[in-house]
Ligand binder design. Structure first.
Ligand code: ADP
Length: 410
């Protein structure tokens, strides 16, 4: 633009040298020309900025030439992930940053209470305005999903306030998980411990001279101690696997070997319940990518559950095959299917949660820690595999694990 203005000026000077051209007419022509040029460029610049805005409506457009400190501040505020609202003296939203607009929608000009219902909010705003100091508020909502927010209300001039809303939902959820976990562990360990202490007291007092009663109580104490040991081992296994979940094991594992070795271990419950095992293992199966011990732990857990939750004189079917479905091509799939108590449809998705035990398992007084399938899920995830559960209440369950083949995933 500067160049064109300069060119315009040059034309004026040259024409001025030519004597017979009227100077006044020439000056008017020069001024008109300059004004037209300036207007033309201003218009062009406006069009450019509005086209930028159209392509990216949330972005504050800052001219490449003039970054005012206000523009920079605007842009900084828009980059902040917390929701920032500017509230005027009538509690109406005058401005909001990008994060607030994308979370709450079109809120400019709306009254705060029309979309933000937090107990004590209006009182806190009034207090902030009157006492001219920051006020703080925490609140949670349960619908459509659980969310937890922390709010800071900052006083501004002329009874305006700034509200900064921080989303603490994830922090709150993990706090809740941790405290539930501690409560569950304490409960699960306390129950057998209380029982052991009770029997110890009985043995040393009332049953002091009764060897038969002593023998019976010692057996119960041993069972309780075993229960505690299993729980502690499961907990240790779970925390180990959780720490390593992001590292995919890199060994070559023959799943058939795992199944054979598990079936070779004598199982008292299997014989007691008179359960038949029906194995169907495909020949020449590829190796899977993984860790032998961890995959053995997975298969052992699912196999033990099948025996534990199945009825007497039934069959457990074990199938190992290469998966040729389009979706899971490149996987070896192991299915362990029982004819046991089954799982209700609305509980299937919960059985891999830590400490979750189905109402059917509890009703049938079948003992367990509720940690086995949580371990299974984490190990399968670590192997970048998939766990599939199909079940019908009182008819039986099928647990399938799909594991990536070594060759294709390398
Ligand atoms: P547990 O130690 O209680 O067996 P798991 O984590 O292995 O813990 O399993 C979680 C719950 O899933 C069990 O308590 C049981 O309710 C249910 N479950 C697991 N496997 C089966 C199965 N084969 N049949 C029916 N229910 C099962």
């Amino acid at each position: 633009m500067e160049f064109l203005l300069f060119f315009n000026y040059l034309v004026f000077v040259v024409l001025h040298q030519i004597q017979h051209i009227n100077f006044t007419a020439l000056s008017i022509l020069f001024i008109i020309n300059t004004v037209v040029l300036v207007l033309f460029f201003l218009k062009k610049n406006n069009q450019y900025e509005s086209s930028l805005k159209k392509n990216n409506p949330n972005q504050t457009v800052v001219s490449s030439k003039s970054y005012s400190s206000e523009d920079i501040e605007n842009q900084l505020i828009n980059e902040i992930e917390d929701y920032i609202l500017f509230i005027n003296s009538f509690n109406v939203i005058s401005a909001a940053n990008k994060a607030a607009k994308s979370y709450y929608g079109d809120i400019i000009g709306k009254n705060l209470s029309s979309f933000l219902r937090a107990p004590d909010l209006l009182d806190k705003i009034e207090k902030c305005k009157n006492e001219r100091k920051n006020e703080y508020l925490e609140f949670e909502i349960n619908l459509p999903t659980y969310s937890f927010f922390r709010l800071t209300i900052v006083p501004l001039s002329q009874k305006n306030v700034l509200i900064v809303i921080k989303d603490y939902t994830d922090v709150k959820k993990s706090e809740q998980l941790r405290s539930d976990f501690v409560a569950n562990v304490s409960h699960e360990l306390k129950t057998p411990l209380v029982s052991i202490k009770g029997f110890l007291e009985t043995i040393s007092n009332s049953a002091k001279d009764d060897p038969k009663a002593q023998e019976k109580f010692i057996k119960i104490m041993q069972e309780q101690a075993n229960k505690m040991e299993i729980l502690i081992l499961d907990l240790m296994s779970l925390s180990r696997i959780e720490m390593q979940e992001h590292i995919q094991p890199d060994g070559k594992v023959n799943m058939k070997e795992i199944i054979d070795s598990i079936q070779n271990i004598p199982n008292k419950t299997l014989n007691k319940k008179n359960i038949k095992i029906n194995s169907n293992i495909e020949d020449h199966l590829p190796l899977v990518r993984g860790n032998y011990e961890k995959l053995s732990e997975v298969v052992q857990n699912i196999y033990d559950n099948a025996i534990k939750y199945t009825k007497e004189k039934t069959t457990i079917s074990i199938t190992l095959k290469k998966n040729n479905t389009k979706l899971l091509n490149g996987a070896v799939s192991l299915s362990i299917k029982d004819e046991g108590i089954g799982i209700a449809k609305d509980e299937i998705h919960r059985v891999t949660e830590r400490f979750y035990r189905t109402s059917n398992a509890k009703k049938n007084l079948i003992q367990g820690t509720g940690l086995g399938l949580a371990i299974v899920k984490h190990i399968v995830n670590q192997h970048r595999g998939e766990l599939e559960i199909n079940s019908r209440l009182n008819e039986g369950s099928e647990f399938i694990i799909h594991l990536p083949i070594y060759e294709t995933s390398s």
